[in-house]
Design a protein around this ligand. Structure first.
Ligand code: CA
Length: 228
């Protein structure tokens, strides 16, 4: 999942970037509103964290312009304590949720994960598709109740595919969301990782959880459990 962090306080921005990276996100960081707007318009994001008090362009204006440009990914705002007007204005501008400063990182992470789940149509943090269960909080995967050990990148690919189970995801989209802009993009890497993922999830080749659509991309093919 690729997240944009727009925060002018350097220490907070660095902390968010480091901890979100640890949590498996690809992170783009912007230091002010103008940089944030540019990144929000240009990068293939899954979600954004926007501080409301920004130099240059205000956070509210960044959000308004992103929404006016039809950017629909979820946006989490960071607001000052006890300023309920900020929260209301932020939500009215098009934000989806807020966290009040000072916050514990875990709260930001939980809210981001919830926003991403809901954007993918999932109600629970456990994504269940038949025998495959992915727990977005623990970043753990089980097949038929048995734990499957995945590398960070294998996990990220599976999470991305399962969050949008049933949708076709192009190789380009997977690459862009897994690596930041410095990484030399090579779709062969994605093919290798998907191949490894298939062998780990389905060593007997009975489930066929990940479908390849020639020239279009991949699709997580096992149906979501009805209870979801
Ligand atoms: Ca600020």
């Amino acid at each position: 999942m690729r997240v944009l962090v727009v925060e002018d306080e350097a220490a907070l921005r660095d902390t968010l970037k480091a901890r979100l990276t640890d949590a498996g996100f690809t992170v783009d960081a912007a230091v002010d509103g103008n940089e944030g707007l540019f990144a929000g318009l240009e990068y293939p994001l899954d979600v954004a964290v926007v501080d409301l008090g920004l130099p240059g362009l205000a956070g509210l204006e960044v959000i308004r312009r992103l929404r006016a440009a039809r950017k629909t990914y979820p946006i989490l705002i960071l607001t000052a304590r006890d300023n309920w007007q900020d929260k209301v204005e932020g939500l009215q501008a098009g934000a989806d949720d807020y966290v009040v400063k000072p916050f514990h990182f875990e709260e930001v992470l939980a809210r981001l994960q919830a926003l991403l789940r809901r954007a993918g149509g999932w109600a629970s943090p456990q994504l269940r598709c038949g025998p495959v269960v992915l727990d977005t909080r623990a970043q753990a995967v089980q097949v038929h109740g048995a734990a499957v050990e995945l590398t960070t990148f294998e996990y990220r690919i599976l999470e991305h595919l399962m969050l949008r189970a049933g949708d076709v995801i192009s190789k380009g989209e997977l690459t862009e969301r897994l690596y930041d802009q410095d990484f030399e993009r090579d779709s062969n890497v994605i093919e290798v990782l998907v191949g490894r993922l298939r062998r780990k999830l389905d060593p007997q080749e009975q489930l066929h959880p990940i479908e390849t659509l020639r020239g279009r991309g991949y699709r997580f093919a096992l149906p979501r459990d009805a209870a979801q």
